[in-house]
Design a protein around this ligand. Structure first.
Ligand code: NAD
Length: 419
């Protein structure tokens, strides 16, 4: 995060304040919901392949556990910071509450560029982190999952380290595992699927059909490319996608799966042979499209860029892709923003299904996973729009926070404060 970028933790606190204004709740109770309960900060020392010793800063923030065990991903990125992890852990609390799954929120991260390290080095880094996390995690305490630059491989390593040290089998200690290690059908596509479902419901709510929409997707990783494929499958026209190398555009629509195959082969979307044009990420974000899906990192759209956004609808696949100032500009301009805590909640919802299956040692079909996911997202969408209309809140993000904070407050009040 550069110095002039919005601090994501301050953004989170501002979003909570905006929503709290519509709730009949004590200020003290709201204040309590704006800060993590606990943050672990680590200095991992790990052997490198050449015999040297390298140190890595790592974090785990447990934001709030009123509704259940802490739940949230682990990110490997050079830009990871304490405030970023705190913000991401808070967003998890409200994300789990908005889709009404029985979890609190947590998040972790290591300051590392994984592309610079061998698989053996990454395994030692991950196992070292897992060993430090061991007293805090567990299927009833805190359940990590993948995030940016981590996936099944890292989750399998964390599970194995934990189970080895605890002399047990407890696959529900992490989610996002490979199928063979206790993962769930449908988990890999789940985030992109909830983005698609949110887009479908949003266009329907606004009185149009997403099949007629032109679409741009920023970020072509796990969340972005699955969202692009599934929105394309609804009949929409995905005209532009991007990754950190830049954007590709085709007026008549891209073959989203062919772009992904090109990225798998070459490492980036740039150079995709059937594109009409290539341009910068900034140009993608300001394209005149019906639907924009930011699916890269937080703060992709700031106040200045927001003034140039020409999309009618934004569905946030990434966490925190708009700064609060950008949000204000877009609300003013009547751009309908459907927030991250609903749109990308598919990942954590299917993580919940994975955890349920792990605990029951009974596994579901992909069809059952997708049907249950659709039910959760559509119900959450309806709760959010009902709140949007009944309380006359300014935008869908505020509505989502009102619904979510109320659920966390209810749990806190019912649990009681002790001692
Ligand atoms: P990923 O690492 O698979 O993909 C990130 C993509 O963004 C890559 O294609 C990368 O090249 C691109 N990117 C990075 N900087 C960019 C820039 N400036 N402009 C354009 N593209 C850029 O990560 P992911 O898992 O897809 O996560 C993306 C976002 O979605 C993150 O905010 C993450 O927290 C959120 N999210 C992911 C999941 C999940 O299950 N994967 C769940 C919930 C939320």
């Amino acid at each position: 995060m550069s110095g002039d970028e919005a601090n994501p933790f301050e953004s989170l606190q501002e979003q909570i304040d905006d929503a709290a204004a519509y709730l009949d709740t004590d200020d003290d109770v709201v204040e309590r919901l704006k800060n993590p309960e606990r943050v672990l900060e680590l200095n991992l020392s790990v052997d490198m392949d050449d015999g040297s010793l390298e140190r890595f800063r790592a974090f785990r923030s447990q934001f709030n556990g009123d509704r259940g065990p802490y739940k949230g991903g682990i990110r490997y990125h050079p830009g990871v910071s304490r405030d970023e992890v705190k913000a991401l852990s808070g967003w998890m609390v409200y994300k789990c509450a908005v889709v009404d799954i029985p979890y609190g929120g947590g998040k972790g991260g290591i300051v590392i560029d994984p592309s610079e390290y061998s698989a053996a080095e990454l395994e030692r880094v991950t196992r070292s982190f897992a060993e430090e996390l061991r007293p805090l995690i567990g299927e009833d305490r805190d359940i990590p999952a993948p995030d940016v630059n981590t996936g099944q491989r890292e989750m399998n390593w964390i599970k194995d380290t934990y189970e080895t040290l605890e002399h047990t089998t407890e696959p529900g200690v992490v989610t996002g595992k490979s199928l063979e290690a206790g993962g769930s059908e449908g988990r890999v596509e789940a985030t992109g699927r909830s983005v698609m479902l949110t887009a479908r419901e949003a266009f329907d709510y606004l009185g149009t059909d997403v099949a007629d929409a032109s679409v741009a997707v920023q970020g072509y990783g796990n969340a972005g490319h699955v969202a692009a494929d599934l929105i394309d499958d609804l009949g929409a026209n995905v005209v532009a996608v991007s990754d950190s190398s830049g954007a590709v555009y085709a007026e008549d629509g891209l073959d989203t799966r062919a772009v992904k195959a090109h990225k798998n082969e070459t490492g980036s979307v740039s150079g995709y042979p059937d594109a009409d044009e290539e341009f910068s990420n900034e140009d993608l974000l300001t394209l005149d499209v019906d639907l924009l899906v930011p699916a890269a990192l937080e703060n992709a759209i700031d106040e200045d860029l927001a003034r140039d956004v020409r999309a009618d609808v934004i569905v946030e696949a990434a966490n925190g892709p708009l700064t609060p100032d950008a949000d204000d500009v877009l609300t003013e301009a009547d751009v309908h923003v459907f927030p991250d805590i609903l749109a990308n909640a598919g990942g954590v919802t299917v993580s919940y299904f994975e955890w349920v299956q792990n605990r029951q040692r009974f596994y579901w079909s992909e069809q059952k996973v997708n049907e249950e996911l659709e039910r959760h997202i559509v119900n959450a969408f309806d709760d959010l729009t009902e709140c949007y209309e009944s309380l006359d809140v300014p935008n869908f993000r505020t509505a989502a926070y009102v619904v979510a904070i109320q659920r966390v407050v209810n749990a806190f009040m019912d649990n009681g404060n002790w001692p």
